[in-house]
Design a protein around this ligand. Sequence first.
Ligand SMILES: [Zn+2]
Length: 377
Amino acid sequence: MDNELEPIVRIRQLKRDRVNFVLENVDLAFANSLRRVMMADLPTVAIDMVEVEMNTTMLPDEFIAHRLGMIPLVSANCDEAMRYTRDCTCTSTSCAYCAIVLKLDVTCSDPVTMDVTSNHLEILPIQDYDEHEGGEELTKRSQDFGLPVGKNQPNVPPILICKIRKGQELKVRCIARKGIAKEHAKWSPCSAVAFEYDPYNKLRHTSYWFEENERDEWPVGENGKEEEPPRDDEAFDFNAKPRKFYFEVETDGSLGPQEVVMKGLQELQKKLANLILGLKSQPEVDLLTAGDQGMDHSVPATNNWGDAGNAGAAPAGGSGGGWGGASSAWGGSTSPRTGGGGWGGSPGSGGATSAWGGASQSAGWGSPSQQANGWNV
Ligand SMILES: [Zn+2]
């Protein structure tokens, strides 16, 4: 019965760098996919190459380069505002569309210890780039795009890079690039993403292993208030499945929490759409992509998986139906399971999309692309 319900998102708390929300009517695999996508698949900007001109500090060059890489840089709207260097048309190692150049030039001339911090990092103005070369990426950047998060904001302490004494100097040029955390954790927009389910342990996770007291070792937290406590004589429901997840998403400031969640869902949709596209035969792909706006054309659409994958899949329900772009994904079910009709039959009228949209708007979530810097809470 539960399987027929549409997903619901209820936001419990939204702050500048975190959001706490309840996700209902999805299965565990979906909740975990969302968690993983938010942590590891959303692009941000981070320092990727450091040219050391002068370093007479205590710390070796590589130590400082590593620290610089870990500094979160403002990356709002990064998926549209910047290119991956590997996709860029530039012939050198970087250009205005695929890189941001920062410099750090600090010398201590006082007889006291001085802190070199992220506040000393400055963006070098964009120089000679070919306007005809391409895209509108530059217009999609906010003013502070690429600057260290919280730079020169009085209530945000800067990040310490190293300490220097009189006569010591650090002068470096840094090239920041777009990337995702699957490649290196420095590109993750999140410092923590967690979810809890089943606060009363009705699913009996600890039955096979506990130290002394099964109940004490699964303490009921705040989320217990959201659910009915089980009666002592309640029989174990061995068919029960988790359907309600309590999420806490905390970002490092490079992206706002709204953007992380909304773009996480977008990214997940795109991955599923690409998977389904990959399972289709070439004539079906041609039909689907002919009038398509939302699908990523760069993904190889050929069916490399052999015909076995297609044997059970019904042709898309009319050429106009089916996927029609990633925006109408999923239809009524929470995950695209193969029903009797196979993959082709499940995408329906876009019920899931409207569910997300409706839930988020009523709670005051703007479209993530609308916000300039992701901090407007
Ligand atoms: Zn480039």
